[in-house]
Design a protein around this ligand. Sequence first.
Ligand SMILES: Cc1cc2nc3c(=O)[nH]c(=O)nc-3n(C[C@H](O)[C@H](O)[C@H](O)COP(=O)(O)O)c2cc1C
Length: 338
Amino acid sequence: MAEPETTLEKTTSRNYAGDTVSTRFTDLIGCRWPLQSAGMGLVAGVDLAAAVTNAGALGMLGPQPLPPDAFDAALGTLAERTDGRPFGVNFLMPFLDARQVELAARRAHLVEFFYGDPDPELIRIGHAADAFVGWQVGSADEARAAVRAGCDLLVAQGTEAGGHVRGTEPRDAILANVMAAVDVPVLAAGGIATAEQAAAALGAGADGVRVGTGFLAATEADVHPDYLTAILTADGTDTVLTEVFTLDWPEAPHRVLRSAAERARSGDGEVVGELTAGERRHPIPRFATMPPTRAVRGDIAAMALYAGQAVGAVSTEQPAAEIVHGLMSEIGSSTRRV
Ligand SMILES: Cc1cc2nc3c(=O)[nH]c(=O)nc-3n(C[C@H](O)[C@H](O)[C@H](O)COP(=O)(O)O)c2cc1C
């Protein structure tokens, strides 16, 4: 594999139309932009993944608590709507359904895992169906284990990140440590929600950036309106790394809006709301890990309102394609690595 150049020029050009940027990540996956949306459980569904992919980045379907038939149907819809462009599917190891991995690998360009020991058998399943396999890691040791297990691509996640946080190092440190430890493409994750932050991470050598919190304000994200308002009005000091929402996923630190952690702790009653799925209604217990989607009713402010430290830069709801173009507007043809 060719070594990337270490220098990366920034350009002030905002003319992204028709432009491409080449990194080891875009070369591997075949997308236009060195940008991946985070596969966020429940909130990153088919609509968001398709919109990101169709805007030229790598759209990710988040974990879906669906039986195999319904999951495959969702994948089929995503494949149809993206018309051959690359998309990926994310899995959380504590909730893994191996049947879903096989189905995803048949349709997706990338299957990707988070929060568990890198498992060669899962990687074999992905490769057997011609998918690339990625792992989001929280340390250089975990990165080495993932590459030993056969991964093609890694995401180095810093503690600025929204949602579950795997490691203990901030983004710049873990990016440098992971890049020094492995020679597969590495994406930087955590605290990236502006064009300048994306360009800086690429300038530090990342092969791409992964953005979660920044896509919570996409019109295609399945985010409850009260959660969206909380995201749009929060600033960077309003998040906390905590273990409050660990009812169904113990000992797993996560970054949420501080207000949500406080409200969940200060209330009483075992149930904070309900989720409607088809004809059925499911109670949402206090301290549950699920974030509130549009299908949720109840005390939204006391639910797991995941948000990263870059939340202060997220102030407008807009189509995912505009978010993609905004994030990539500080890089252009002069950032091409050849
Ligand atoms: C609402 C939300 C849900 C998330 N769910 C997942 C998930 O299901 N799987 C996963 O690998 N990462 C998940 N993450 C973490 C992201 O993969 C990523 O590390 C993080 O969003 C990057 O930091 P940022 O939020 O500052 O962009 C989630 C993040 C958020 C904000």
